[in-house]
Design a protein around this ligand. Structure first.
Ligand code: SF4
Ligand code: SF4
Length: 193
């Protein structure tokens, strides 16, 4: 009995139609990627130099060339729901070498932006938003560092928002303008309760 539990759903997944249909293409996605990334993904002719340059490719299933194809074909769901989207280190090696002068890194960044608008985002990005909102720093100072700084003759806090918290309202205003903090709080709560 246990062995057949959930079988129809698993079968559904196994027999999923993997062919691409014209209807799967959302031209708006291609346009949005271009508008946000400000690079010409549609010029890609799939030479593979980007994937050949990518430090993430040998250690994972992440393939930047595949994401370029998805950008060109308007395959929004495939691109935005793929966990590999978050494996780009933004090293820009692909951008340095693309023979078509495309910046694949920025295509990825635009897709991450669009994914975030659908609440698809790893939680560490949201925690960084929270840290910046609280202190102005993605990696705030702490007491161990303060003691270490003191030991080498530095002030306990650097001359940043840590020392000048009066600049924090300005930073919070920017984050609030884009509703980043509110969205980060909401998504963290939904995931972690
Ligand atoms: S290097 Fe440039 S042209 Fe070649 S596959 Fe990658 S994005 Fe396309
Ligand atoms: S920028 Fe991203 S996609 Fe391009 S080579 Fe570096 S890790 Fe790979």
């Amino acid at each position: 009995m246990e062995r057949t539990k959930g079988y129809p759903a698993a079968l559904d997944k196994k027999l999923q139609d993997t062919r691409l249909y014209l209807n799967d293409s959302n031209p708006e996605f291609t346009k949005n990627v271009k508008a946000i990334s400000r690079t010409n993904a549609h010029m890609c002719y799939q030479c593979g130099t980007c994937t050949g340059s990518c430090p993430s490719a040998p250690r994972s299933s992440y393939r930047i060339r595949l994401f370029m194809r998805r950008a060109v074909l308007g395959l929004e769901n495939e691109a935005l729901t793929d966990p590999d989207l978050w494996l780009c280190t933004t090293c820009y090696s692909c951008a340095d070498r693309c023979p078509r002068d495309i910046i694949p890194t920025d295509v990825i960044m635009s897709m991450r932006n669009l994914a975030f608008k659908r609440d698809i985002v790893p939680v560490n990005f949201l925690k960084t938003v929270t840290a910046i909102y609280a202190s102005g720093h993605g990696v705030p100072n702490n007491d161990v560092n303060r003691a270490a700084r003191e030991k080498i003759g530095l002030s306990r806090d650097p001359p940043t928002t840590h020392s000048y918290p009066e600049y924090m309202p300005g930073i919070r205003k920017i984050l609030d303008h884009y509703k980043l903090k509110a969205n980060a709080d909401r998504i963290i709560k939904e995931r972690e309760g």
